[in-house]
Design a protein. Structure first.
Length: 129
């Protein structure tokens, strides 16, 4: 048996376009470079997502998986879910489509220490959800 490190929760920006995706990736990348990263991306604030945003999400998932970690999407809006489906992003098939319902990542949140980070890396320590 092994134990995983803390789960990092980060809020995605309202606009997930080329500029914002790059900015967000620059902040998230160091967190993905640790051994076995466990990251949950809070999508509740997303109002617009384009193909650059989807590509950034897939890149983050790939980076986490390379290090035997995981990345989950939480509280994704129906509009963002449609974008992911149109882009055929089946890698994110276990996300929560409704902001009020728990996501597939809730297993992480109940078992691991929770560290919530928002854009700009403002640290907020949260309790278990």
């Amino acid at each position: 048996m092994y134990t995983r490190g803390p789960v990092i929760v980060m809020e995605l920006p309202e606009q997930l376009n080329h500029v914002e995706a790059k900015r967000f990736l620059d902040e998230l990348q160091p967190l993905l470079e640790v051994d076995r990263p466990s990251v949950v991306l809070d999508c509740s604030q997303i109002k617009h997502m384009d193909s650059a945003g989807v590509e950034m999400l897939l890149h983050c998932l790939e980076q986490a998986m390379k290090r035997d970690g995981d990345l989950k999407l939480a509280a994704i809006s129906p509009a963002s879910a449609v974008i992911l489906e149109l882009m055929r992003s089946t890698a994110f098939s276990k996300y929560s489509k409704h902001p009020k319902k728990p996501c597939a990542a809730s297993r992480f949140l109940h078992q691991q220490p929770l560290h919530r980070l928002s854009p700009g890396m403002r640290h907020r320590t949260g309790s278990r959800i």
